[in-house]
Design a protein around this ligand. Structure first.
Ligand SMILES: *Cc1c(COP(=O)(O)O)cnc(C)c1O
Length: 383
């Protein structure tokens, strides 16, 4: 963890808010294990800091998408259970064994290959979660006979432990009957086979809205970071989430334009009257898309200011009141729920969702962790 950064564009990650969200999601199903999904660098917020904080707050189980992400967590001292949700290459099963990582078995063929690859370098057993396909058609199988055979294969091999069976909802953030149908298909399959310790299907959408006492665990990512999977989920749940992120910067330059003066590449924006524009040191290389042209950011404690002209790789210009000065603070995304600079407003503006906005924040933006006794900085650029 580097404490050095020399840039005034910063992503504040509120660890206290994330901890509160963790407790709120756990509170809906106190008897189930809450699997904290920290894939994709904890949705861009920093897997190490987020996982460490959640582990201190009591999280006992993490999930990631790839084996590399799981090993990275181990390298950073995360001792808790980690499940790789994606499919690892069978020949990498020994790496999972070495690092004590649970893996997903998507089908019988994968399982047999993985079994044939297990060597004696690390003489431990590996935890396996069988993936059931209930409609995603991404990973997993819905063939009952195949699942039975997989369970037999696992149980008859001393290096495999049958630890879990799970599926994934396609539409838990929408208002329809699909979720119930997928849940019933999963339940029907699981009821016909040996039941392992962890039975799980809900993501945040499911965890926030679905009442059921069949499973023993839920997986949640987006809700931990303080965002609802959709407006529907937000309306349906009683749980109050705390937005975990704030993106801010500082004005680096101010230019006073005469009528006819233009701004940025291609001179696409031209002043009609005397106008003032300010330059912000953030651009598309930081994850703020060129389509954000026209989006309004906020002067701290002041006016909403429109992004004008083509957004550059490292900078953009906004139209500001005449008396605006360099070094004034500007909020691009705030930590409010219903403001013009909320994560939802920022994402809706370019037709995307908070998941994608979070994952798009560039590695170049320092992450500043707030909400703890001491402020921590993670700057990947000069780490
Ligand atoms: C990403 C993912 C999750 C977490 O989804 P959220 O909507 O962020 O809670 C859960 N399960 C699987 C299989 C995933 O890929």
């Amino acid at each position: 963890m580097s404490d050095k950064y020399y840039r005034n564009t910063v992503l504040d990650v509120n660890l206290k808010a994330i901890e509160k969200n963790y407790r709120a999601v756990q509170g809906i199903n106190p008897e189930k294990t809450l699997i904290a999904v920290v894939k994709a660098n904890a949705y861009g917020l920093g897997a190490k800091a987020v996982s460490e904080h959640l582990a201190e707050a009591g999280a006992s189980f993490f999930a990631v998408a790839t084996l590399d992400e799981a090993i990275d967590l181990r390298m950073h001292g995360i001792k808790q259970k980690i499940l790789v949700l994606g499919t690892i290459s069978p020949e990498h099963i020994n790496k999972a064994i070495q690092h004590r990582i649970a893996v997903t078995a998507p089908n019988l063929e994968w399982l047999k290959e993985a079994k044939s690859e297990v060597n004696d370098r690390h003489d431990k057993a590996v935890w396996i979660h069988i993936k059931v396909n209930t409609g995603m058609n991404r990973y997993g199988t819905s063939d009952l006979r195949e699942i039975e055979t997989m369970i037999n294969e696992i149980n008859s091999f001393s290096r495999f432990i049958y630890e879990g069976i799970f599926s994934h909802f396609t539409s838990s953030d929408e208002d329809n009957d699909i979720t119930a149908a997928e849940f019933n298909l999963f339940k029907d399959i699981v009821n016909q086979v040996e039941r392992p310790e962890y039975v799980h299907i809900s993501n945040s959408g499911g965890a926030l809205t679905l009442k059921e006492d069949f499973t023993t665990a839920v997986r949640s990512g987006i809700a931990l970071y303080g965002y609802y999977p959709s407006e529907y989920t937000k309306a349906e749940t009683a749980v109050k989430l705390n937005p975990g992120v704030r993106l801010s910067t500082e004005i680096t330059a101010v230019h006073h334009l005469e009528p006819g003066d233009s701004v940025s590449y291609g001179r696409k924006y031209t002043a009609k009257t005397k106008e003032t524009v300010a330059t912000l040191p953030i651009g598309y290389a930081d994850g703020l898309l060129r389509q954000h042209n026209g989006y309004k950011v906020k002067l701290e404690g002041g006016a909403d200011c429109e992004i004008v002209g083509t957004i550059c790789m490292d900078a953009l210009m906004i139209k500001v009141p005449e008396q605006t000065n360099a070094q004034e603070k500007v909020i691009i995304i705030d930590d409010q729920e219903n403001s013009d600079q909320s994560m939802e407003s920022y994402s809706n503006y370019t037709g995307t969702i908070s998941y994608e906005s979070l994952c798009s924040f560039g590695r170049r933006i320092p992450r500043r962790y707030t909400g703890k006794d001491i402020e921590l900085i993670y700057n990947e650029v000069i780490n």
